[in-house]
Design a protein around this ligand. Structure first.
Ligand SMILES: Cc1ncc(COP(=O)(O)O)c(C=O)c1O
Length: 465
């Protein structure tokens, strides 16, 4: 081994060891992590990641639903460096601002639907949800509706991992007994996952059930006590669940009827993943009261989230003569460097018409992934445009899951890794959300490599159904 290679190997080992000894990762599985540690990533370009050993991967996960414009863009580096040179930080509290924060807030008001013209910045999606929750309490108290504090969300939803955002979400496996959750005012209704609702003959029957269930939940709690409904347009981490057609419009109508705010959690679905700035209005045809977003807002170059809310809410909370103070926000709310990165990110999305690519290649992605349905363990392929997943089942007829210990999603994703493709394993699923710049040729690579990985996994498990 050359001296250079030896030094590189030692460095790789050193980093791996330091990580294992000191970095407690999000969703760390303590048992397997103790044995295996982390895969150390070192470089990225466009849709590709390179690990510290030099292995290259097509990252069909887009980081974590976030590298929308693709990695390694020189002009992003310049925009970030320029802002650092000019002004790395100024307090956003009370009445101080910076040009990037003001310009980004104005841009978000411009592209957001309806009268959503006010922006609270945060450090990511979880804190955007936290701020939405606090805003809702503040708003209801300002209206004198002190009892109206309950919120409703769905099974299979994911809204983040602060105390409140994790309590609002209800994704399988995310509420282990070792953690505590807020329960007294948070309620859940069914996931709109038709594939796992075989008792309903048609999607329309299922939709009717879901709408009635929500309305009953509101009336059971008491409409005077229900403040808000939290919903992702397409449930992401809970399994890329696209609700039946008309679901959002009808749940929105139920919310309006009972004076319940609709919070559309667009942390994943905004900024082009579905071909539009925001999916709620452009894809699903309704205007929420509050939108939370993050991820694609800065394409993962720097951490940033936003809670965008309506004139109606703002009018109530900011009523003059009440001497109110809105004690919510963070040291890094509207951080000028993060906002400068987001502005450049948005400029790139517009200049390169990336949403057109997301539409055309996204449709192609869905069609090509569906060709995997001929494989005996592929139960369903679902999603919309650049948000897709493949669900594996032990038995296609009964839709029976693989036993948990097999961890089929991970078995397949590990094989895919070894073939140069990253997909995200979540239970029995492989989830994909590539950068908006992905090409049809790269989609072909994703689909053929995934097919080969599934076949290898079936062989290694001795699958013979
Ligand atoms: C829909 C949704 N909301 C909120 C979050 C939390 O965002 P963050 O991890 O940036 O805090 C996520 C993260 O994946 C998400 O998918």
């Amino acid at each position: 081994m050359s001296v250079d290679n030896k030094a590189k190997n030692n460095l790789a080992k050193d980093i791996w060891q330091k990580d294992k000894d000191h970095f407690t990762h999000p969703w760390q599985m303590f048992d397997s992590f103790e044995q295996e540690g982390s895969l150390v990533m070192e470089q990225a370009e466009g849709c590709y990641l390179v690990d510290i050993k030099g292995n290259r991967y097509l990252d069909s996960v887009g980081g974590l639903w976030c590298t929308n414009i693709g990695q390694g863009r020189e002009e992003m580096a310049e925009a970030i460096a320029d802002q650092v040179r000019k002004l790395a930080y100024a307090s956003p509290f009370v009445d101080i601002t910076t040009a990037p924060a003001a310009q980004l807030a104005s841009k978000l008001a411009d592209i957001a639907p309806g009268d959503l013209n006010h922006v609270m910045f945060s450090c990511g999606g979880s804190t955007a949800i936290d701020s939405a929750y606090r805003l809702i309490q503040y708003y209801q108290n300002c209206r004198g509706l002190h009892e109206k504090k309950h919120v409703i969300a769905r099974d299979s939803s994911y809204h983040g991992s602060t105390y409140i955002s994790m309590s609002i979400g209800n994704k399988k496996g995310d509420h282990p007994a070792e953690f505590d959750y807020k329960r007294d005012n948070i309620h859940h209704v069914s996931s709109p996952n038709y594939y796992h609702a075989p008792e309903f003959e048609t999607q329309d029957d299922f939709l009717d059930f879901l709408i009635q269930e929500l309305e009953h939940k509101i009336t059971d709690i008491g409409a005077d006590k229900v403040a808000a409904f939290f919903a992702e347009p397409i449930l992401g981490a809970g399994g890329v669940i696209v609700p039946p057609k008309g679901y959002h419009q009808r749940t929105h109508a139920v919310c309006k009827k009972h004076d319940v705010l609709y919070v559309s959690d667009e942390v994943v679905t905004a900024f082009g993943r579905l071909g539009h700035w925001f999916a709620s209005e452009s894809v699903f045809g309704f205007t929420p009261d509050i939108i939370t977003c993050a991820k694609g807002l800065s394409s993962g170059y720097l951490p940033l989230g936003a809670t965008i809310y309506s004139d109606v809410i703002h009018h109530v909370i900011s009523e003059q003569g009440k001497d109110r103070c809105f004690t919510n926000g963070y040291t890094y709310s509207g951080h000028p460097v993060c906002c400068a990165a987001a502005l450049k990110n948005i400029e790139i999305m517009e200049r390169e018409n990336l949403f057109d690519n997301a539409k055309v290649v996204g449709e192609y992605f869905g069609e090509q992934l569906k060709t995997l349905l001929d494989l005996p363990i592929v139960g369903e392929v679902r999603g919309y445009r650049l948000m897709q997943c493949v669900e594996f089942v032990a038995d296609k007829n009964t839709r029976e899951d693989f036993p948990l210990p097999i961890d089929i999603g991970k078995v397949i994703s590990d094989i895919a890794d070894s073939k140069g493709l990253m997909v995200r394993p979540i239970g029995n699923l492989n989830v994909m959300s590539p950068p908006l710049i992905i090409t049809k040729q790269e989609i072909d690579f994703v689909v053929t490599t995934l097919r080969a990985s599934i076949i290898d996994a079936m062989d290694s498990l001795g699958y013979n159904k």
